[in-house]
Design a protein around this ligand. Structure first.
Ligand SMILES: [Zn+2]
Length: 184
């Protein structure tokens, strides 16, 4: 499917689709830290363990197109304060002069399952924060729910087949499909 990444319609608000036990009421917990400038990022990284600073952090792009960061292995839904997001995944930084730049970024979030070609919101947030970034997801993930057995799958090598039941997976995004209470 051809899409214009810079176009406004190349955006989507992703509701949380992960396990109920991880779901948090909106704003019930401190959400990820907003990053709107290189100084914000430098200050936030300085508060993380030194051994963690070059490792992937949890990020979301919130509905106001702001980058929010949370410590490693945080749940995306907590980072987002329970709200829908424009994107989510993992982000890695590397030193860049006196500051930091984005070296790797993925859409790996099983809580939101964002689509890999919707980078536009990430681009807007990182550009607004004046952070250098790769301009695409360097590690793209494709998530599909099996319509036969309800299993969440990560599609690899364009192989759209359920890992559990071998049924074909849909070619279009369906992560917000409710799990069937009575899978076949
Ligand atoms: Zn299946």
């Amino acid at each position: 499917m051809r899409r214009s990444l810079g176009h406004r319609r190349a955006r989507r608000h992703y509701p949380y689709v992960g396990p109920e036990e991880v779901r948090v009421p909106i704003s019930s917990q401190v959400a990820g830290h907003p990053i709107t400038s290189p100084a914000d990022l430098t200050e936030w990284l300085a508060r993380q363990d030194a051994s963690d600073r070059r490792e992937p952090f949890t990020f979301v792009i919130d509905q106001s197109t702001t980058l929010r960061l949370a410590p490693r292995r945080s749940e995306h839904v907590v980072c987002a304060g329970g709200a829908p997001v424009l994107s989510a995944g993992e982000i890695t930084f590397e030193p860049d002069g006196t500051g930091w730049r984005v070296s790797e970024i993925s859409n790996q979030s099983t809580g939101y399952c964002p689509e890999p070609h919707f980078y536009a919101a990430v681009q807007s947030a990182l550009d607004a924060a004046a952070l250098d970034h790769p301009g695409r997801f360097t590690v793209p993930f494709i998530f599909r729910r099996c319509e036969s057995c309800s299993q969440f799958n990560v599609v690899k090598d364009d192989h759209y087949v359920c890992a559990i039941c071998d049924e074909p997976l849909p070619t279009s995004w369906n992560a917000d499909t409710p799990a069937s209470p009575h899978p076949k």
